[in-house]
Design a protein around this ligand. Sequence first.
Ligand code: PMP
Length: 366
Amino acid sequence: PGVRGLAPYEPGKPIDELRREYGVSEVVKLASNESPLGPSPRAAEAASAAGAAAHRYPDGNGFALKAAVAERHGVPPERVTLGNGSNDVLVLLAQAFLGPGRTAVFSAHAFAVYPIATQTVGATARVVPALPAEAEQPYGHDLEAMLAAVDETVSVVFVANPNNPTGTWLTEGELRGFLDRLPARVIAVVDEAYFEYAAAEPGYPDASRWLEAYPNLVVTRSFSKVYGLAGLRVGYGLSHPAVADLLNRVRQPFNCSAPAQEAAAAALADEAHTRRAVALNDEQRRILREGLEAMGLRVLPSAANFLTFYAGEQAAQIHEGLLRRGVIIRPVAGYDLAGWLRVSVGTAAENRTFLEALAELRPGAA
Ligand code: PMP
C-alpha cells in the first residue's frame, strides 16, 4: 500500500524528447539543477579513462574516493558512505532505520525522494506543514513543528538545507537548536545537496562539522550539482562510524560505479573549477532574479542553483509555452506548490534565452 500511495518521481523533460516532440533544434534545459559549466575536464577525463576498464567491477569499498572525501571534511573514512547519487544514501538510511511501524518526519514542499524512500520500506511519512507564504523563508521548514511531530514511532527526520524546490535555508542557530532538542535515538538527516552554492550566505551552517557533537546526525552531499557529475550518479553521507557500518550492511555491492568514483575524486581535487561554478551561479542567480522580478513575478529566496517563482493559474501554460520555444523548466505543482515554477540557474546566454522566452509569454498579464 505504501508503494501504491506514491507518485513516481517526475524528472525534467529530456532534451532529445523535446527535440522530437516539438521539433525545436536549440534547447535550453534549466529543469534539473544541473551545473551549466559541466564537470571539471579532469573529472571527465578520469571517467573516460575508467571506461577502458569497464569489464572490471569497481572498488566495492570506494577506498580512494572515501579517503578523498574524508580528507576534505577532516574526518576518518569510517564516517563516509558512498552512494549512487546522494539519493542512494537516503534510500540506505530508510532501509536501515525505517520500516513498518516506524515513521519519518519531513516538511511539506521538501525533496521528493523522502516519501519514496520512506514508503518503499513500509514506513509512515509524516509531512509537517511548512512555514507560511509570508515568512522570511516562505514555505521553508518549520523546525518547531517538525520537533513537535516527533513521537516514539519516529526514527528518522529529513531536513533539506537548502531545500529543493523552495531554495529556502536554515541558519546555524535554527539547525543546532533543532539538533539539540531532537531525541538522540532519532536519526537526523541533513541533506546538503546544494551546500557549496549556499556556503557564501552569511552564517550559513556546515552541518558536516558537527558530527562529533551529534552521533545521530547524517549529512548527505552530492556530486550532481556544483561538481557537474549528475549523469554519473555519485554522492555520499557523513555520519557516526556506527551509522556508516549499518548503511554498509544494507548497501548493494558496487553501488558506486568506477567512472563515478574516479570522476568524483578528480572533481574534488579541481578546486578552481568548483570556485568558477559557484561564482557563475552567484552572478547569474542575481541576474535571473532581477529579470523575473522586473516582470512583476514573486521569486522565493534561494541559496541554491535555482529560483522558484509564482506564475499562478498560468503556470501550466507558461511551462508549455517555454517548451515550444525550446526552454525546459520545472513545474513544482507535484510538491504541493501549485502555480509555482522552478528554473535552474544556467549560463548567461541560457538565462537570457529563458527570460526572453518568458517575456514573450507575458506572465502576470491578465
Ligand atoms: N537532495 C536534494 C534536496 C536534491 O534536490 C537532490 C537532487 N535533485 C538530491 C538530494 C539528490 O541528488 P543526487 O542523487 O543526484 O546526488
